[in-house]
Design a protein around this ligand. Structure first.
Ligand code: NDP
Length: 299
């Protein structure tokens, strides 16, 4: 059963994106810039933000990190976003999710200039995604999954894709992209109120699991030769490991492996693709704002 190696594909993408950045610098005298805002000191968010800043630097993208205290007010956050919206050296803006309680995430998303919305959370870009207009941004995790399917030559047209989860970050945009005219899958979305989920999943050619429940997708919920894309990142106790925990996905990897034709591991599957697509969107944002040729589509 072939493993879909997201780490390997992300390394290929980083090299392609670095090349695009070089072109922008030499051909157009432009240097893409990404602003990353973190509010509060949640350790997991700090790790994600630092990884994004580090990767941007490695690719030649200017990165600007803004750390606001846990006690920052809604106005302080929105004012910072408004400042970044008008800065010429900032092409992409990302506010790390989730913000602390009391901060309205949706209001932040609506305030980010749509042409700088590299996470694709602004309703304008979500709308473009919904109507199949590809001039906006594609959300990083679902777009990264499509790149994986494409680079592994996994057929999607006419296939039954079952998306487990309906969040605005993963499930919903994933379903939209899979059902787009570019991908042409027939999509079913399942969530916590779905009745008979195991019967639906057992009919899937492709399962995208994005619910955040360790080992949720078991071998008896899938058919032979299914393609399993495991988005879940779950921290479970592992006394044998140095850290005392390990990360596992939403699928019962060892058991579903025996039936799957392809599967993404956790870690090393979807995760690295999310950051790669963020870098791609940062380059795209620079092109959109400066009206220069867009980098070639990765999907
Ligand atoms: P959310 O918590 O926002 O959404 C979870 C979804 O799963 C909801 O739609 C929920 O249904 C559904 N769900 C929960 N329990 C069940 C159940 N028992 N049966 C069926 N559906 C269920 O999570 P996210 O979408 O943000 O993230 C999902 C997972 O993906 C997490 O583990 C997260 O860490 C990971 N993730 C990984 C990324 C990566 O880069 N690899 C990026 C983003 C997320 P309902 O709507 O009814 O509540």
């Amino acid at each position: 059963m072939p493993i879909i190696d997201g780490k390997k594909i992300s390394i290929q993408l980083f090299s392609e994106i670095r090349h695009e950045v070089e072109i922008l610098k030499t051909r157009d005298n432009l240097n893409p810039g990404l602003a990353v805002v973190i509010i509060g000191d949640d350790p997991a968010s700090q790790i994600y933000v630092n990884a994004k800043v580090k990767r941007a630097k490695e690719l030649g993208i200017n990165s600007f990190k803004y750390e606001l205290p846990e006690t920052a007010s809604q106005d302080e956050v929105l004012n910072l976003v408004r400042e970044l919206n008008v800065r010429n050296d900032v092409n992409g803006i990302l506010v790390q999710s989730p913000p602390p309680p009391g901060i309205d995430e949706q209001l932040i998303n609506e305030t980010i200039d749509p042409s700088k919305d590299v996470d694709c959370f602004n309703p304008y870009n979500v709308g473009k995604l919904t109507i199949g207009d590809e001039t906006g941004f594609l959300p990083c995790t679902p777009a990264g999954i499509l790149v994986l399917l494409k680079r592994y030559d996994i057929p999607t047209e006419g296939k039954h894709a079952v998306v487990l989860g309906r969040s605005n970050i993963v499930g919903k945009p994933m379903a939209l992209l899979l059902s787009s005219k570019r991908v042409n899958s027939t999509v079913t979305i399942c969530h916590s109120r779905t009745v008979g989920l195991d019967k639906i999943s057992a009919e899937a050619d492709i399962i995208v699991a994005a619910i955040g429940k360790p080992n949720f997708v078991s071998a008896d919920m899938v058919k032979n030769n299914v393609v399993i894309i495991d988005v879940g990142i779950n921290r479970v106790s592992a006394p044998e490991s140095k850290k005392g925990y390990k990360l596992i996905g939403d699928a019962d990897f060892e058991n579903v492996c025996e039936k799957a034709s392809f599967i993404t591991p956790v870690p090393g599957g979807v995760g690295p693709m999310t950051i790669a697509m963020l870098m791609y969107n940062s380059v795209k944002s620079c092109c959109i704002q400066n009206d220069v040729e867009l980098p070639k589509s990765l999907i």
